[in-house]
Structure formats: C-alpha cells, structure tokens
Design a protein around this ligand. Structure first.
Ligand SMILES: [Zn+2]
Length: 405
C-alpha cells in the first residue's frame, strides 16, 4: 500500500520508494476502527461505579464531573487516545463537555475526533455556562479542522427538554454539523418518559422534529419494531454499545438485526470507560457477535464480517464520512491499523480465516501499528506522537488528586 499526502494512493504491487516502510509481514492491515459512541475523558473515572445500574452510576459520575477541571479533561482524553491508538482505533465519536480540551488531546495524539459538545437543561448540568452557547462556540471554533469534526450533542430525553432539543438542533443546522444523543437506553428511561409525555422517547423525538439524517443515536435498546422503522424513515444512524448495555444490565438487546434490515446505518461504540471499562473495539466486536448469536439462538447471525463492518465502514456510513473513511480503497484517507496474526492465539491463520481471527481471536494488543491521515501514530507497538509513560503517570496522578479532594 502506498500512502501519500494522507491518502491511500495504491494498493497491491507498489514499486515506489517511500520515506518510511512499515513491514506488515504476518499481519492484517485494516481500515482503522471507528468507535461510534464514547465519552473519552471518563478514563479518569474507570472503575468508580462497577456492578451498579445506570441510575446509580450516573450520580457517581456527575459528582466527579462537577469537580473536573479543564486540565483533568485533557489528561483523561489524552490517556484515552493512547489506549485507542494502541488498539487500532483511529476515529472516535465523543459526547462530553469541554470538548475543546478533547480536541487538544486529539491534535496532540494525532487521532481523528468526531467531537460532540453535549447540551442538556441548565439545571441538570455540571457545565459552567449555558450548554447550548458552549456547544455553539465550540462548533464555530473547530469547524473545518482536518482531524477534529465538531458537532452538537444532547444528553437524552431524561435531561433535555423540548426547548433544549430545539436550541441544540438550531445550532447544528446553522453550522451544518451533525448531532449525537443517547436514546432509549433503559426501560426506566422509556417508562418515565411515557409517564410524563404520553409518548416513548423515539415517538416524542419524532413529534418534536428532532429525528433527522444528521442524528446519531447511541443505544436504542428499548425500541419497538415501529420505532426502528421510524428511525430508518428519518435516516437516523445508531451506535450499538453491547458491552456497556450488558454491564449496566439495561436488559433487553438492541434490535440491531432489524435495524440493519430496515436500512439503518449501525456502528459499534464502547461507551464510557465507566461502563465498559476499556475502549478495545476488538473485545466489543466479539461481544457484539456473541450477544446476538446467543439471544437469537442462531450462530449464523452477526457474522465476523458483519461485525467488522460495524466497527469500520458501517460506522463511517453512520457519520456520513464513508466516502473518506472506513475501508481501504485508493483515494480514501489513510487511517489504518496493522494487526499481528503471529501470536499463539491467532495461529494458524490463512486467507479464509483472517476475518474470523480479527473478530474472535485478536485483541487490541495485537495491533502493532496505527496510522491516521497518513501519519504513523504507532509503529513496532511504540506510540510516537506522545510520551505514553508520561501520559499514564499524569493520568494516575490526576485521578488520585480527584478522588482525594
Ligand atoms: Zn454514552
């Protein structure tokens, strides 16, 4: 493969000299994985609320969120970027406040960030200032950046009124950027919304005019087939987060097979490090495959190729960037992960089982090189863009201060 000016110029036999050659013998070269739903600064909160439901996790997370400084967010985000580079993720779709600090980490590490500044009702937020104005300023500042694609987030129907949804939509429409929200994650969310409004969250969002091709909705676990069709009709894409849903015991299984059948673009998200607790998409690919096979009593559903697509080209489609990302094709941006197949746990490999190995046998730690926009962020398992040891030490120290204070 020949990479030039950040793009894939040739695939196959290449007889050109290059400034750098990465030897991929015994490796699979993949389009870089895309994490479609994330809250990257929450790395600092990893392990603070395990073995409890979402309703107990959120207050604990918000209590720490309220103490976060801008510097903490940047340190947490940088730690997450290192973890993603190490495990072959080249793009992530984030939902948080102080996304300008996440943007700083994205630039420092060389990753590609689709960053959504979260909005919610002012009385429900730990953000300083007005969330909608914050989102507006963030998008205005970062629009047009090659690696940072800003967008507008909304926390979810349990934290955002019709007015907040409308204001957030106005900001996104005015700037021509995407939107990112949580939707129908738990049965509790659906039931309490119905009690208040008489409608299920998807029905309500349709009524207030929020559903639109520019929206990516995370979770969509508690949706009926009619709601799946509603999402499909409005061109909403979905971030499926199986590990987070299973760990929080949200119950039920997102009807991903029906979503795909109805033509919804579905990608894979790890969700927050509080509810995952990592961001190794190789682990999540395997879980996604097993979850749907097990609950449908059908080993044929959610094949290895289908799952790999969720983490690459389908996620790119969900973000409307599949013309540039998500597959290895001449002319696309050079976002790549080189995965070693030489480990004991991936032996033997041959052309027929490589896709299976990537989903069922590989781990993020098998990634030996990561490339974003033609820049080599990691080679020979050494991260080049930042000092990994220093990032880890700073994050450990920052978390200690946060929990002691
Ligand atoms: Zn989330």
């Amino acid at each position: 493969m020949l990479i030039e000016d950040g793009r894939i110029r040739a695939v196959g036999s290449v007889d050109r000299d290059a400034s750098e050659v990465i030897d991929c013998t015994g490796c699979a070269v993949l389009p870089g994985l895309i994490n479609l739903h994330h809250h990257v600064p929450n790395t600092l909160l990893r392990g603070i609320a395990d073995d409890v439901p979402l309703e107990e996790m959120l207050p604990r997370a918000y209590a720490i969120d309220a103490k976060l400084t801008r510097r903490d967010v940047q340190v947490g985000a940088l730690l997450g970027c290192v973890e993603m580079i190490r495990s072959g993720t080249t793009s992530f779709h984030d939902l948080f406040f102080w996304e300008d600090e996440v943007a700083r980490a994205v630039r420092e590490s060389g990753m590609r960030g689709f960053l959504s500044w979260v909005t919610l009702d002012e009385q429900a937020t730990t953000q300083r200032g007005n969330p909608v104005k914050n989102a507006d300023a963030f998008v205005a500042k970062h629009k047009g950046d090659p690696l940072v694609t800003p967008s507008v987030g909304v926390q979810g129907v349990y934290a955002a009124s019709e007015e907040t949804y409308a204001k957030a939509t106005e900001v996104a429409a005015r700037h021509g950027v995407r939107m990112h929200t949580h939707l129908a994650e738990t049965r509790g969310e659906v039931e309490s919304h119905r009690k208040v409004t008489g409608l299920r969250p998807v029905e309500w969002l349709e009524k207030i005019g929020f559903l639109d091709p520019r929206v990516t909705a995370a979770h969509c676990v508690w949706v009926t087939i009619n709601e799946v069709r509603t999402l499909a009709r409005h061109g909403v894409s979905v971030a499926h987060c199986p590990v987070s849903n299973m760990k929080l015991a949200s119950g039920g299984v997102a009807p991903v097979l029906e979503m795909v059948q109805e033509g919804i673009a579905v990608g894979l998200g790890t969700d927050s490090p509080i509810s995952n607790n990592g961001m190794d998409l190789f682990a999540d690919m395997k879980v996604a495959a097993l979850l749907h096979k097990a609950t449908r009593w059908d080993s044929r559903v959610m094949s290895a190729q289908a799952v790999l697509d969720l983490a690459t080209i389908d996620a790119a489609r969900a973000l409307h960037v599949d013309a540039e990302l998500g597959s290895i094709e001449v002319g696309k941006r050079a976002d790549l992960a080189v995965v070693s197949l030489k480990g004991a746990h991936t032996t033997p490999f041959y052309p027929d089982n490589v896709i299976s190995h990537l989903v069922y046998s590989c781990r993020g730690s098998d990634v030996v090189a990561t490339v974003v926009d033609g820049n080599v962020l990691m080679a020979d398992r050494i991260v080049r863009t930042v000092d990994e040891g220093e990032v880890v030490a700073r994050a450990q120290e920052t978390a200690r201060e946060l929990f002691e204070a």
